[in-house]
Ligand binder design. Structure first.
Ligand code: N01
Length: 557
């Protein structure tokens, strides 16, 4: 490659190590992206903040962390050998087992030699003149590449709430999304947990077993279904392994990319007795498939309320103190409109004498003092405070990086009124910058590994096509983007998802615009859009050819 002084570029460009592709993040998306770019013969480097692979499963090490998608499905499908050789030990894999799996994948495909760990990307700046990205890190290093792929994850930017006095607390504070690597010993301690989403619901039963006393600070109760985790049944595992190809393909025909018991069409089309029987059967089977009992549960409030009332009834059955059961029973949002949780003895935990539920709706937190949590009526003295307060979802990891596109446009500025992308994959003004499972993609509404694999494969195929064309750049058009975001909005408006104040809408982050971010139209519809766009010569994208810019062609020679 030549120096670019003759192109008017940055004078020290030649001193920056060149790659074809810079990939940000070594979670499941970044690892697979690296594997496929290597297959294309491209020189790729992955930059990763953590000291090893695994992404969300590297950071979320809190006790009880476990996947809510069955392990036979929450795994890569791209390698038959991999899916046959790996043995999952439980129906739902624990965080540590998923991390072992990620490490196995990294070893098997020899990925680590192209991953730079302990390196946080601080900026990615598009160079108009050279048509390439310069990516800078907190280690003072810079990388340049024509293509840049953000594999930064949807739920990777942990959110610490701005509660007055939090920094004055004299005990330990741990965020579930950034849990210490060393053993946290809570025995004999008074522990507080703020937050009762999926993370809080998983961590609470485990902390209750260790702590002298556990205070659970709940602002909004959530619907949770018993996961009924169990050791892997070898017959079940074999059935999956014998039919993996067929089952993976079938999963991709479902909206969530997950094979559940099929849903019946409508909760309202059956008698109350039949409905009750089916809810009981699904409750006993366990898992988030409960939300898919009937297809109209997420579309019709009356249908939804039958499932919601069933779960509230279960909470009242399980929790001994009716007042506590009332506080735990969610009434402010339809079931499934926030991500439904899967738990292990969560509601039962409130029957323990060492657990106290604090209802923040009636007694909000005023401040945090050096001693603990101060509400309007009480002071809860604590040794350790656990923040299970969630994430700046879908855009948080990207907005932490100074991403600068054409003519100095920053991604933060472009997305100040809400993210806009074409298919979640690219955003106009930022050529050659791909996002895996970006806002506007189904991602968080699905088995995210399916969503990741499909996005990564699409990006790799696109790279192959662009190289075949000697393209200088590919960029989403504003018109395609606007049209797609309208489709994303319309898909959500046809459901009950918009009835909850959830992280899907971004309202858990102060100042974040309330825009429904994921595409809820399902994997099959989304994937056929993506395939059709590519088949039509990347309709909705603008492609610039190197042939049209001799200087660029010379640069790439
Ligand atoms: O985060 P959340 P999460 N004062 O945003 C509360 C995935 N995941 O980490 O609802 C008091 O759901 C907040 O209260 P409210 C999964 O997709 C999967 O639990 O805003 N409370 C809420 O209760 C999931 O949906 C798995 O009123 C405050 C909680 O903190 C997503 O990650 C496991 C507060 C945050 O809940 C996020 O789940 C874990 C404040 N100032 C996570 N600020 C599995 O696979 C926030 N809260 C099983």
């Amino acid at each position: 490659m030549q120096q670019i002084d003759n192109l008017g570029g940055s004078p020290d460009r030649g001193a920056i190590e060149p790659f074809d592709v810079v990939i940000v993040g070594a979670g499941f998306a970044g690892m697979y992206m690296l594997h496929l770019t290597r297959g294309l013969g491209l020189a790729a480097v992955v930059l990763e903040t953590a000291s090893d692979v695994g992404g969300t499963w590297f950071w979320n090490r809190y006790p009880g962390a476990r996947c809510d998608v069955e392990s036979m499905q929450y795994s890569y499908s791209f390698s038959e050998e991999l899916q046959q050789e790996w043995h999952w030990t439980e129906r739902y894999a624990s965080q540590s087992e998923i991390l072992r799996y990620a490490n196995h994948v990294a070893d098997k495909f020899d990925l680590r030699r192209d991953i730079v760990f302990d390196t946080k990307v601080v900026s990615a700046v598009f160079q108009d003149t050279e048509s390439e990205w310069i990516v800078s890190t907190d280690q003072g290093k810079r990388y340049r590449a024509k293509w840049c792929v953000m594999a930064t994850g949807c739920l990777s930017a942990a959110q610490t709430p701005a509660i007055t006095g939090l920094d004055t607390f004299s005990g330990n504070i741990h965020h579930t999304g950034n849990w210490p690597h060393e053993q946290v010993d809570l025995s004999g301690q008074k522990v507080g947990v703020i937050g009762t989403g999926s993370s809080g619901i998983q961590v609470v039963p485990e902390l209750a077993k260790q702590a002298e006393h556990l205070y659970v600070f709940q602002r909004t109760p959530n619907f949770s279904i018993p996961a009924r985790n169990q050791p892997m049944d070898s017959q079940y595992e074999n059935l999956w392994k014998e039919n993996y190809a067929e089952r993976r393909a079938k999963a991709r025909t479902t909206s969530s990319g997950i094979l559940y018991d099929p849903a019946s069409p409508s909760a309202l089309a059956v008698s109350p007795e039949e409905r009750q029987k089916e809810y009981e059967r699904r409750w006993a089977a366990g898992g988030t498939g409960f939300a898919s009992t009937y297809s109209d549960l997420i579309k019709n409030e009356e249908a939804n309320s039958t499932a919601a009332e069933f779960v509230r009834g279960k909470i009242r059955e399980v929790v001994a103190d009716p007042k506590v059961a009332d506080i735990l029973a969610p009434v402010d949002h339809p079931i499934g409109s926030k991500r439904i949780c899967a738990d292990a003895m969560y509601f039962e935990t409130f029957n323990r004498s060492n657990v106290t539920l604090v209802d923040l709706r009636t007694d909000p937190i005023q401040t945090i003092s050096p001693e603990g949590v101060v509400t309007g009526t009480d002071v809860y003295e604590l040794d350790t405070l656990v923040l299970a307060t969630g994430f700046d979802a879908m855009t948080g990891a990207l907005s932490k990086i100074d991403i600068v596109g054409r003519q100095g446009l920053t991604l933060r500025e472009k997305w100040k009124d809400g993210p806009n992308t074409f298919l979640g994959l690219m955003t106009s003004g930022f050529p050659n910058l791909f996002i895996v499972t970006g806002p506007g993609s189904p991602s968080v509404m699905t088995n995210v590994i399916v969503a990741i694999e499909d996005n990564v494969k699409w990006i790799a195929d696109c790279l192959a096509d662009m190289i075949g064309l000697s393209a200088e750049y590919i960029e989403a058009t504003s018109a395609a983007e606007e049209n797609w975001m309208n489709q994303v909005r319309e898909a959500a408006e046809g459901t009950l998802y918009t009835k909850a104040r959830s992280w899907y809408l971004g309202v858990n982050i102060p100042g974040k615009p309330a825009v429904f971010m994921p595409y809820v139209g399902g994997i099959p519809a989304y994937q056929s859009f993506c395939d059709e766009v590519a088949a039509k010569g990347y309709e909705g994208f603008q492609i610039g050819l190197e042939a049209d810019r001799p200087a660029i062609r010379q640069l790439r020679a």
